[in-house]
Design a binder for this molecule. Sequence first.
Ligand code: GCV
Length: 687
Amino acid sequence: MKTTVYVFLLISLSINLHAEDGHNLWLRNKNTGHVNVVCTRSSATLTIAIQELQQGWQGKEGAKIVLTLKNDKAIRNDGFKLSPDRIQANTDLGILYGVYELLRRQQTGEPVEEMICNPSYEVRVLNHWDNPDSSIERGYAGRSIFWRKGDNSLIVTDKDMALWKEYARADASIGINGAVLNNVNASPLMLSKEYLDRVKAIAEVLRPYGIKTYLSVKFSSPSLIGKLKTSDPLSPEVIKWWKNKVQEIYSMIPDFGGFLVKASSEGQPGPQDFGRTHADGANMLADALNPFGGIVMWRAFVYSPTDLDRAKQAYTEFMPLDGQFRDNVIIQVKNGPVDFQPREPFSPLFGAMKKTSVMPEFQVTQEYLGQAIHLVFLATMWEECLQSETYQEGAGSTVARCTDGSIYPQKHTAIAGVSNIGLDTNWCGHPFAQANWYAFGRLAWNNSLTSEKIADEWIKLTFAPVLPGQATSTLFSTEWTEHFLIPVRQMMLQSRETAVNYMMPLGFHHIFSANGHYGPGPWWAPKGMRSDWTPPYYHKADTNGVGFDRTHAGSDAVSQYHDPLGSQFNDLKTCPDKYLLWFHHLPWDYKMKNGRTLWDEICYHYETGLQQVREFQIIWDKVESYIDTERFTMVQSKLRNQCRNAQIWNDACLLYFQQYSRRPIPYDIKRPMNDLNVLMENDMKRR
Ligand code: GCV
């Protein structure tokens, strides 16, 4: 009998493993029955909430769900109270979030219990690095969904609106409530009337889903489009120009969220061009936005071409300004002190400023992590950052708690993710890159979620077979769990450490080739290039050793961390291996804690990374019968590509550093397959 049921299930599964192009993301599941929704209020958001319940209901047939808008002090912002037959919230959006939570629980087989669910951050925003010509900086999934190239590029079509609606729904389903529509390397065009008209149209589609629109602004806009002689933030005419511009925006988009600013960084204009500080610049914009409730997200990604350790610069520039920012300014800080590397210690700006609001910026797009080719699940990296102990107010002062208002009150709390979406049918290029969009939203909503839980949910929602009329959770058989869910989840959870192993183990960082940030280039240093844009600046390899000395005896970056952490990083005995070459310059024969030499340990890490991706191929091939051919072959082919690239990383780094270590690659490790001179020659053609 058991066998018959099993065979029947397998047959029905295979019938239903129809091709999926990934466009429906984690929102593939349909209702399996009817639900009676009772809601006495009406609004565009509540209409969506009711529709979602009806279209996705997988609970008891004919059950009744009451949606109640009632103030409750225990519910914060757009949080909600969930029980099996009721969703209560202070706002319409809270109701919608409650609906998505309820449906997710039904579809993933989690019980629906009495619970209050509040967001960790008030603002949970995606940063789209999209340009007006529709290209996307560091985008690997096609062109922009917001901006188009060519004639009539600003005309809003039905197709545009349909796509924006799908985007808004996906965001809302995971709790994202903001979208910065354009690149931080901002075009001044974005503030012109024509572009603002399109922003207005986008805002209207996103609004019912609770997504506020924000814009990145170019600091020199008053001169560039306002034709003023200066953009000095203290000049009365500049102040007036921004006030008028902000007023114009709010007259078109009453719930506009505010500005994101990259200033005095990587060639972008900023207050320092006029001898002013970041606080002068940010406050001027904040004052213009304040009457309308808007905020300024002012980025701390700043570094100048000096000899000073780049990892120290943001802290050095911003710490003296603590307490000088308006309370509607939030300093947006990348997770690490350099730049979204495969692994960095957390930025010391978290847990440093006590009188200034600070928000984390994560990169969802995989600029430095294999782009849309490598399978790398980033939740583990973000979890590592959020759970890092800063010791700001003693033990328990994690990055998460230092940014969500738990340690110091902040008027606004926020978190940003640099988006990985584009016009590709599956939105993200790689089917597994969708998991990073999903993970960002889930962590922004609840910064204490584990990567394992997020991966589990995402796999169930994204890959579970869809059988008409059958609740998804009933299909999680032991067979499916053991042979699909567990190995795929394990692969995802391992994948970031694997990438670190074959790219930059033991604290190596920024040893990418050229500006493409994909392959290895530890040698890359074209003549005349700023040294802090070249890998040798970061690895400092020579025949004596390797690594960046950031101890008290070196650049002293360790002093930017609170003790005991600063001392732990400073001391070789306590510095975690994963940050060794980030903080220390060591001889090649340095004895690791496990007894190996540093050189051997480096070699074993590269080898391990390479072998781990080869394992991923096997794991994936084994799950073939559980998923549709379209997504299976796409991932299979990308994994092949990832393996080839991991081999190149392995060969390039071992052969390049061997020139300095002058030691053999351990004999139990497979030999490189590529010649160093060929790899270098090809790479040096790039810029
Ligand atoms: C938007 C890195 C990227 C740049 C990016 C910059 C930033 O340097 O390579 O493309 O520019 O970060 O975050 O501003």
